[in-house]
Design a protein around this ligand. Structure first.
Ligand SMILES: [Fe+2]
Ligand SMILES: [Fe+2]
Length: 489
């Protein structure tokens, strides 16, 4: 049988006669129903009652759409989901579903999934279990999926492979590139600043726009990269991590793209004032004495001053100056420098304050006796909500990171050890992230698969793997970032 093509029409913006609102509404309904059936199909076979009930619902949605459309085509484009060319809008409630469907399509290297008129309920029942599985053929989920769709003679469902540029490893490679470019650019900016040359703010802005895109497209991997800690160039590495985390947090708080680019720039330069702090103080192993502390506590002021005096200061967002000045002020107005009114502290400063603290205490430093794991850091920070941190911003950050933040080392009930690679977008399954297995049950090092802990054994309906506890990577000699970098090879 000749394979039908995914209509190119779906790639274009909708023409004038498409009812955009109606398509959006139908699209969101389709997404939700597809998402639910996909989840059920991971656990149950088509004979199951829940499968049949939700299969029927999805089929109804598709039948309605196909009654007057050439196809029903879900497509990923520029981090958005489109139905027949119309961009679907997520809300707070549907965001996890959008994210999950996009991830499911991406994992299978798909750009588009289309249903054609003539689709039967039986065909849909055959397709969903094939789609839901995550196993691979010749190392590719797409290859396995396409082979099985062909073998099962499913003629009214068409899948379209993503172009090579958008495969997960390519995406990761580009994200890693932006990460290292940011470090190089910051290093260069620091050098230029010390030589009294202007820093190239337009380059910073372009980088931040890329970072924003990567956070939208590849947030899990971006979080993975923030596990990279270069102890020799602490301030550079720390500043880039703070910039990535602040942008992701700001996005969760609902800031728009322009604001997020400004926030990224502000976070990027938040510790610029440390250029003036002598290295003996910055890297002193023991406690600082009163005089040294005073010098250390000048870095916010020095940073703000440097930014004001910058040749291109007018290209900088004003809020970058606020952030440099205010990122060590606590919510109860202790900290430094001294402010008298909470309202005077900028929102951007409060965001940077949270992620700055988080990155600092999860990084090994000569003067820090304890390095916190990411989960421990969040617990400790929650105890300081309202005193050290703005409670709502902190809560959003804790939710963003989840109970087992990406990069956490975890022991599983099977005896295996793994690294958290992706959090589960479903709020009910936050304790069941996807984990890259790095040892087998006997403790032998392996280059294992990424296991989805939400996966259940179809026979027993029990979860195959469950996290039993978090481990400290340092105690186990595990360099977490190596495993993320390997994904960008
Ligand atoms: Fe600082
Ligand atoms: Fe900092």
């Amino acid at each position: 049988m000749e394979k039908p093509e995914v209509k190119s029409r779906s790639e274009q913006w909708p023409s004038g006669n498409v009812d955009v609102k109606a398509t959006q509404k139908a699209g969101v309904e389709l997404l939700i129903r597809f998402h639910i059936l996909d989840k059920i199909a991971k656990i149950h076979d088509p004979k199951n009652d829940a499968f049949q009930e939700h299969g029927r619902l999805l089929f109804d949605s598709l039948e309605r759409l196909l009654a007057d459309e050439e196809d029903a085509c879900l497509r990923i484009r520029h981090s958005s989901l489109l139905l027949n060319g119309v961009r679907l809008k997520s809300s707070m409630g549907t965001y996890p579903i959008f994210k999950s469907v996009m991830e499911e399509l991406r994992l299978r290297e798909l750009d588009a999934l289309a249903f054609k008129p003539g689709l039967t309920l039986d065909e849909l029942y055959r397709f969903m279990p094939i789609f839901a599985r995550r196993d691979k053929k010749d190392g590719s989920m797409y290859a396995r999926l396409q082979a099985e769709v062909d073998a099962a003679d499913i003629g009214h469902v068409v899948i379209e492979k993503a172009s090579e540029l958008r495969t997960p490893s390519n995406l990761n490679r580009n994200t890693a590139r932006i990460f290292f470019l940011s470090i190089v650019h910051l290093k260069e900016s620091f050098k230029r600043n010390q030589r009294d040359e202007g820093i190239r703010v337009h380059t910073t802005r372009r980088l931040m726009q890329s970072i924003y895109n990567h956070i939208v497209d590849n947030e899990s991997f971006v979080f993975g990269m923030t596990n990279l800690k270069n102890h020799d160039e602490y301030t550079l590495n720390h500043s880039v991590n703070v910039c990535l985390l602040a942008t992701a947090l700001g996005r969760r708080l609902g800031l728009n793209r322009g604001e997020l680019v400004d926030l990224g720039i502000a976070a990027f330069f938040h510790d610029l004032g440390k250029l003036e702090t002598p290295l003996e103080i910055l890297n002193k192993p023991g406690k600082l004495d009163a005089g040294e502390r005073e010098i250390m506590e000048q870095h916010p002021f020095k940073g703000a001053e440097k930014l004001v005096l910058l040749k291109e200061s007018r290209r900088l967002p004003l809020r970058a100056i606020h952030v440099a000045m205010e990122h060590h002020i606590k919510e109860d107005l202790t900290g430094y420098p001294r402010y008298f009114r909470k309202e005077d502290v900028n929102l951007f400063s409060k965001i940077v304050k949270v992620v700055d603290f988080f990155d600092a205490i999860t990084t090994k430093r000569v003067y820090r006796t304890k390095v916190f794991t990411r989960a421990e850091a969040l617990t400790l920070m929650l105890e300081q909500a309202g005193a050290e941190f703005h409670p709502v911003i902190l809560k959003a950050f804790v939710n963003l990171m989840g109970p087992f933040p990406i990069g956490s080392l975890v022991a599983l009930n099977t005896g295996e050890i793994g690294i958290v690679f992706e959090v589960n977008a479903d709020p009910k399954l936050v304790l069941r992230p996807s984990v890259k297995l790095i040892t087998d049950a006997a403790g032998n090092k392996i280059d294992g698969d990424v296991a989805d802990l939400a996966e259940q054994d179809p026979a027993t309906e029990r979860f195959v793997r469950t996290i039993s506890r978090a481990l400290n990577p340092q105690e186990y000699g595990v360099e977490v970032s190596d495993y993320f970098l390997a994904q960008a090879q």
